[in-house]
Design a protein around this ligand. Structure first.
Ligand code: AMP
Length: 287
């Protein structure tokens, strides 16, 4: 497995399968790498904690950095190369210029209209689009792998690639399912911030999603299914930012007529537990 720090050294890996990450890797990331490797192309994993997608007061400086363990995860899952660029390599004109450049980007509608992550983290998707576009330019991948765990991010990247057309040739974005702990908690680099006695309450997210899926199966009204989610979350000391059921394409609210579920639906939650921000989502369509 090669360790690459300069963009020029990526030339032998053009047309690779790319897995962009911020490190602190866990089994969710490993599943993306293994899925990418199964496509037969060399797999490049990028490890870069991107400053432009964190707002002031978010956890950029304390985001976990676990390079040695990350290299082992990449090797075991079948990566061919790890790209570990510095901030200087990614943003040679400096961070102020990079932030200004990010804020000038034209983002896809799914990054600005749903009022989900975009409302809670208003500068986040500009930074995500900026860094992912740079990684695509540098790696020129044939395929890129993203997790459904960050569902709005996945939709934003899919739309960005569609909109940019020939810029990345025929790049295919693959959506990979969320990997969970055995008790249902979605794996996340931020789970390590949870105290052992808080874990029980964190399980409310996956339970609320299960309640939404049960509501869909029972043909429940969408508003009533959203109420069920809220109730599960409220019983577990979670401060809810949103708990909604939306179109899986636009992430906008669904019509509330009886058969709306059949057109596809995604339940999405963000909630805080003693200062730790957790997100999760699940398909609850009846297509
Ligand atoms: P991150 O390092 O958090 O930026 O995540 C890198 C990639 O891994 C993103 O595409 C995430 O959606 C994906 N990912 C994170 N957690 C999981 C998980 N539990 N299951 C599947 N994919 C995940």
């Amino acid at each position: 497995m090669r360790i690459v720090e300069q963009a020029e050294s990526l030339a032998p890996f053009h047309r690779c399968a790319l897995v962009p990450t911020m490190g602190a890797l866990h089994a969710g990331h490993a599943s993306l790498i293994a899925r990418a490797a199964s496509g037969g192309r060399p797999v490049v994993v990028s490890l870069f904690v991107n400053p432009t997608q964190f707002a002031q007061g978010e956890d950029f400086s304390k985001y976990p950095r676990t390079l040695d363990a990350d290299l082992e995860v990449c090797q075991a899952a079948g990566a061919s190369a790890i790209f570990i660029p510095s901030v200087q390599i990614m943003y040679p004109r400096g961070l102020s210029a990079a932030n200004a450049e990010a804020s000038a980007l034209q983002l896809p509608r799914v990054a600005t209209q749903p009022k989900l992550e975009d409302a809670r983290r208003p500068t986040h998707f500009a930074g995500v689009c900026q860094v992912v576009a740079k990684l695509f330019d540098m790696c020129q991948p044939a395929a890129a792998y993203f997790g459904e765990k960050d569902f709005q991010q996945l939709r934003v990247i899919q739309e960005m690639v569609r909109r940019e057309g020939p810029r990345w040739k025929d790049l295919v974005v693959h959506a990979c399912p969320t990997i969970r702990e055995s008790d249902g908690l979605a794996m996340s680099s931020r789970n390590r911030y949870l105290q052992p006695n808080q874990r029980h309450n964190a399980l409310a997210l996956s339970r609320a999603l299960t309640a939404a899926q049960a509501g869909a199966r029972a043909g429940m009204d969408i508003a009533a299914a959203q109420d069920e989610m809220q109730q599960v979350l409220a019983r577990h000391e979670l401060v809810v930012e949103y708990a909604v059921i939306r179109s899986p394409d636009t992430l906008l609210p669904l019509d509330t007529f009886q058969f709306a579920w059949k057109l596809g639906a995604r339940a999405l939650i963000a909630a805080r537990l003693h200062g730790v921000r957790l997100i999760d989502n699940a398909d609850c369509g009846q297509a």
